[in-house]
Design a protein around this ligand. Sequence first.
Ligand code: IMP
Ligand code: MG
Length: 179
Amino acid sequence: MGADLEKILVTEDQISARLAEVAAEIDADYAGRDLLLVGVLKGAVMVMADLARALHHPCSMDWMAVSSYGAGTTSSGVVRILKDLETDIKDRNVLIVEDVIDSGLTLSWLVGNLRSRGPASVEICTMVRKPLALDVDLRVRYVGFDLPNEFIVGYGLDYAEKYRNLPFIGTLAQHVYQR
Ligand code: IMP
Ligand code: MG
């Protein structure tokens, strides 16, 4: 995959160091409370697996799959549930785990959807936040990295379903988009 990459923005070591910090915050904030991590498939698989293992707090995990993007790199603005939770979240403390917040459209919709199910709380943890996300009314409790407005891949993030398994976060060379 080397020839497809332009640059590395966040290394594997930077990711694990930052996740340890975020996990310590979550441990402190949820002390004595039940915690349900809700991962958003498929992008959040890596951050969910590493974050959950960095937590000392006991937690449950569930998954949702929603679609807001096609195979390209721009948001369609239309959110659809492809897979719903298996857990009844009534009175639970839900922490949504996301790979990236770009326009924030997906997350705004998801938070509204989950709130309507009567949870005790809903918070958001994202590995990456992009600048557009600051314009929407979305309170993001935990952010791994604030990155510039570029299309990124790796650590769960894909372009046309590829590059998710890169252990770091980077950008793709122009020629990849042209083929
Ligand atoms: P939003 O609705 O614009 O915030 O985008 C949310 C979803 O779009 C994310 O969960 C990703 O699946 C996808 N996405 C947004 N930006 C990127 C990117 O830079 N690389 C890969 N996927 C992205
Ligand atoms: Mg996602």
